[in-house]
Design a protein around this ligand. Structure first.
Ligand code: ZN
Length: 1065
């Protein structure tokens, strides 16, 4: 996915895992181990197979006895003996653990053979447990549930190990992750959506292989009403079966009286009905108004991460890959799309039409499946052997050409870069030659033995879509803003579209062809796609000047990862909410940043690429974890001088945060030390984190060209290298390609300031931006005073380049916002003067006409937005006059895309123009412009209007609910709105989490917007009290911890710096 988001609303209100609840009451130390990874975040994540595929308590039991992991074969769906065993051992393990909870966080990955004594203890124990179970089992009324076997006033450890199904029967599975014993091979899915009544019926036929003996099948299903279920084992008879459901975990199960045996094949067929979802996930309905104002409806899907189960029963985890055959029944006036091309259409007797799609030619994860029923039109183009089509609502067909052209170029680039052609093949022609077959099998390991004639890639703009885009294999879905551009669109708007397309196309290899095994390694999908989006665009569309954006993205990733509430790139994920939370800046932006660091630290420019190709080819069609990637990259490493990549990179993926590198010089000695750059130490577990840092540096004798760059590997607490004393200054982290922050000490900073005051061009633009970012970060950390920050800015007063200027503006605006919200009126007005004095002449130099250079557009929109927000006269006058011309031109005059937001924001401050803007908002069709109008409307300082706009966004009629996070963030920027927004969020929390799941990117963004500008104790108390009161409705979210930490930081910064600001400004 790009720009995150979208997914299940159901699990927002889930009761906590029953095991966790009961354990929490009785044995809290056991709970910590099994569930709360955040408590010990610096430990390496457990192997997902170890953690999730068996109840955590049984795992303790087995390990405690010195055994290897329990074999799947030993598991029995209803093994009461095991239930008791688990409960018993939870207690015994609790004794062992109280002294050292950490020891259980990192169990050995391999176990030695058990000793004879252990074996005897084990056997004895099992006998006792079995006997107890038999006795209890035959006691009348005892079923090991909440209702059975309970003594009054005493909670037994037996209850809630296995939960109850909706029909009252015991549900045979208690884990988030499914058992591994049954594997789906293929799905045959028929769907019949009724867009008039917003319901659908479906039939799923799942072919499965039994890998271990089992008496039940457990799979996912959510809010599906199963009307008929049949089962067939091998060549046996088809017979009816009962499907059990456990709603809190969205699981279904079928139990059998006899074991299914390893090696057997079976088929489960389920008929069901359901409602189309009214949120943005699962199989959901969406609507839009056509050019005549008529309401048109459509149905589309968004399955990542946990919502395929809302459309059909399935094994909804990324590692359960299978093939899919999709059939969709529709009215003749609609079209249906799915991952694969349509194979045939059959008219049905009831006047409907059934479209059957080709069976997927590759095994794929359920979250990548997609289907759409709508009235769309398309434009297509052939690229090599791939047909690329871009779909939109008919009115916007002419806005699809840019996407079509860009996708074609990028597809060609990726085909060549990865040396693997676009992976999803169209089936249908089996007349391949043996050579062709061999080649194909090489590329795709074991899954497909077909050489295709056509490849297919559809890109679809959906009017109602929460995430930025979704990489469904062969049917990539987008927001309209991220796919459609008009002829007059500005290069900056094109940059957005091109970036998102580049990201989603990269996923066709990273994520779709090779998929992370579990969501803990989501970064393998998202970090890579994010890195590739910038890398590919630099080559394919250099005019889009994507470098500045990528640099800014890396700065923001550092800012977020400096918090104690951050997490390791590869981290434990044990609940549905934690899965949602993985779609964050760490997985995407830090992931991309460390890949850049790796690529730039390798010798030659092909090393990284070779490793990637090796990885993709080796794991084609299968699932991987982070180590697989590092191992592939290490294997192709040819330089003996270079260190082991696995060793280096695991220090960046297995622990949260990043290092602060401090430099000091004495004579010809340069001393470097590293420490964790941690902004707050609240509740921090103090660890001696070390990173393996490829420290790069340039100096006054050579500082601009890539050849000037020298590398020093710092993998210990401190390190030394020599440099002639004549070197005046050093700049570390050349072009900020490394993921660390540098402190130069008083002397080092002074030398740099001195050099920059004389000639700003002694460093690259990126390096100057990096100095600005680092000095602000150090001030936030408390290592430098704000005086020093202002001094660094002073020596760059002649700065005119985009990256350094935009970074400085962002940092100053952040502080300005905090002071403004604290109503420090005097300092605010002096700060305003300071900003205008520092950037005034550059602001005045900006033009208001169309501008071709992306970099110049970025610069002027940042400068003018600041100028107008500070009510700088010249800026506001220009903006007003441009708006006037625009309104009077009746659609013939267009405001340059990069200036629209400034102009609409200024206009929205007057009553009359706000109303004009609102009426324009309703009829403007071009989505990018519409969003900027919305931001304008939401920036009003009229509180009645603010309340109206927030409520309307929540209702979703005049303003689509997908825009609510944007509305909230815009409202929060303004002085008048930020407290209203905070009240609004508190009052409407339940409705918000109905629309956006707990933990999702939308919720993360809403919390951040609403709280990141608080800096007082009173607000801290309020925020804490509110989120604490939510309990399972959100109090556990990482973003809540981030919010609290950020407020404390703001508070601390104010305490330290207010007096300096009063004196200095
Ligand atoms: Zn993505």
């Amino acid at each position: 996915m790009d720009v995150f988001d979208g997914n299940s609303s159901e699990h927002a209100n889930l009761p906590r895992n029953m095991i966790e609840n009961s354990m929490f009451e009785e044995e809290p130390d056991v709970v910590d181990l099994a569930k709360d990874s955040a408590a010990f975040p610096t430990f390496p994540a457990l192997d997902p197979d170890e953690v999730a595929y068996e109840p955590c308590s049984s795992r303790l039991l087995v390990r405690g006895l010195g055994e290897n992991d329990m074999d799947e074969d030993e598991e029995d769906c209803e093994s009461s003996a095991r239930l008791l065993g688990m409960s018993f051992m939870n207690r015994s393990s609790a004794h062992r653990s109280t002294s050292s909870p950490f020891s259980r966080q990192s169990p050995p990955r391999t176990c030695s053979r058990p000793s004879a004594r252990t074996m005897v203890v084990c056997v004895l124990f099992l006998v006792i447990v079995a006997s107890m179970t038999m006795v209890l089992y035959f006691l009348p009324g005892c079923n090991f549930t909440r209702t059975g076997c309970r003594k009054p006033n005493k909670t037994t450890p037996i209850e809630s190990i296995y939960p109850l199904s909706t029909n009252g029967e015991l549900f045979p599975w208690a884990q988030l992750r499914l058992p591994l014993s049954i594997r789906p091979l293929s799905y045959d899915l028929t769907l019949n959506p009724d867009l008039d009544n917003m319901t659908f019926t479906g039939r799923i036929v799942i072919n499965m292989a039994v890998l271990h003996n089992r008496k039940c099948i457990v799979l996912h299903g959510s809010n599906l009403n199963i009307t008929k279920a049949t089962f067939k084992l091998g060549d046996g008879q088809v017979h009816d079966v009962t499907v059990l459901e456990f709603k809190p975990k969205q699981q279904l199960a079928v139990k059998f009286s006899e074991e299914l045996k390893a090696g057997q094949h079976c088929v489960l067929t389920l008929d069901y009905s359901a409602k189309l979802s009214h949120t943005y996930d699962g199989f959901y309905n969406s609507s839009y108004s056509d050019k005549d104002g008529n309401k048109r409806v459509l149905a589309a899907t968004q399955f990542e991460p946990l919502s395929a189960r809302k459309a059909f029963p399935c094994f909804d985890e990324p590692a359960f890959k299978a093939t899919f055959l999709i059939k969709i029944i529709r009215k003749p006036n609609y079209m249906a799309l799915s991952n694969m091309p349509k194979a045939n259409s059959t008219p049905l007797h009831n006047g409907l039409v059934q479209d059957e799609f080709e069976k997927t030619s590759v095994n794929m994860s359920t979250y990548l499946l997609a289907f759409i029923v709508a009235n769309f039109t398309s434009n297509s183009k052939n690229v090599s052997e791939t047909v690329v089509s871009v779909y939109s609502v008919p009115e916007k067909k002419e806005h699809t050409y840019y996407a079509l052209d860009t996708a074609s170029k990028l597809l060609k680039f990726y085909n060549e870069f990865f040396e693997i052609d676009y992976p999803l093949k169209k089936l249908g022609d089996y007349t391949h030659t043996p050579a062709c077959l061999t080649q194909f099998i090489c590329s795709f390991s074991l899954h497909i033995a077909i050489c295709s004639l056509y490849l297919l890639s559809d890109l679809v703009a959906i009017p109602d879509f929460l995430a930025g885009a979704m990489e469904n294999w062969g049917l990539i879905t987008f927001r309209e803003t991220t796919l459609l551009v008009g002829k007059q669109s500005s290069p900056l708007e094109k940059q957005v579209v091109a970036s998102v397309i580049a990201h989603e196309l990269a996923h066709q290899w990273f994520g779709n062809l090779v998929t992370m095994r579990w969501w803990n390694d989501l970064w393998l999908n998202e970090g890579f796609a994010t890195y590739m989006q910038y890398m590919s665009l630099q080559t394919v569309l250099p005019k889009l000047d994507i470098g500045n954006l990528f640099l800014a993205v890396r700065f923001r990733a550092l800012d977020k990862d400096a918090l104690n509430s951050s997490h390791a790139v590869s981290t434990e994920v044990n609940t549905a909410e934690q899965v949602e939370e993985m779609f964050d800046s760490v997985s995407y932006e830090k992931g991309a940043s460390i890949l850049l660091m790796l690529n730039t630290s390798l010798p030659g420019d092909q090393q990284f690429r070779k490793g990637i190709i090796q990885y993709l080819k080796q794991f084609s069609g299968s699932n991987t974890d982070t180590d697989d990637l590092w191992n592939s990259l290490t294997q192709v490493e040819v330089s003996t001088q270079h260190q082991n990549i696995s060793e280096m990179m695991s220090s960046w993926t297995s622990q949260k945060g990043f290092p602060l590198v401090t430099i000091s010089r004495k004579g010809d000695q340069v001393n470097l030390t590293q420490e964790h750059f941690l902004l707050t130490t609240d509740n921090a577990t103090h660890t001696s984190s070390l990173w393996n840092i490829p420290v790069t540096y340039v100096n006054d004798s050579c500082s601009l060209a890539p050849e000037c760059r020298q590398v020093f590997t710092l993998n210990t607490k401190s390190g030394t290298f020599k440099l002639p004393e004549s070197v005046k200054w050093l700049k570390l982290n050349y072009r900020n390609t490394g993921f660390y922050i540098v402190h130069y000490g008083d002397e080092g900073w002074a030398a740099l300031k001195d050099a920059l005051s004389k000639n700003i061009s002694v460093l690259t633009n990126d390096d100057r931006a990096s100095l600005i970012h680092n000095i602000f970060a150090l001030s936030r950390l408390g290592r430098v005073s704000f005086d020093q920050v202002l001094n660094v800015l002073k020596c760059m007063s002649k700065e005119t380049e985009t990256s350094p200027v935009t970074e400085a503006l962002l940092q100053l605006n952040r502080i300005y916002g905090l002071l403004d919200k604290r109503q420090e009126t005097n300092i605010v007005s002096r700060m305003k003067k300071y900003i205008l004095a520092h950037f005034g002449s550059l602001m005045n130099k900006q033009t208001w006409e169309e501008e071709d250079s992306v970099s110049k557009q970025e610069l002027r929109s940042a400068l003018l937005q600041t100028a107008c927000s500070l009510a700088e006269e010249n800026c506001t006058q220009q903006a007003k006059s441009l708006f006037k011309t625009y309104v009077e031109s009746n659609g013939t005059f267009r405001i340059p895309g990069d200036l629209q937001q400034v102009v609409f924001t200024v206009a929205a401050q007057s009553d009359e123009d706000w109303s004009t803007l609102l009426s324009m908002y309703h009829y403007v069709t071009y989505d990018a412009e519409k969003r900027k109008m919305l931001q304008g409307l939401a920036s009003t300082q009229d509180t009645r209007r603010l309340v109206w706009i927030l409520n309307t966004g929540l209702k979703g009629d005049h303003i689509q609910t997908q825009e609510l996070p944007l509305v909230i963030s815009t409202v929060c920027n303004g002085f008048a709105g930020y407290l209203f927004a905070w009240d609004f969020i508190q009052e409407n929390w339940d409705r918000l989490i109905e629309k956006f799941p707990v933990g999702s990117f939308a919720i993360q963004s809403i919390i951040k917007s609403a709280t990141s500008q608080f800096s007082t104790q009173a607000h801290l108390d309020q925020v804490q009290a509110f989120f604490f009161s939510l309990k399972e409705r959100g109090s556990q979210m990482r973003s809540v911890q981030e919010a609290l930490e950020t407020i404390r930081l703001n508070q601390r910064w104010m305490d330290r710096n207010l007096s300096t600001l009063r004196n200095w400004l």
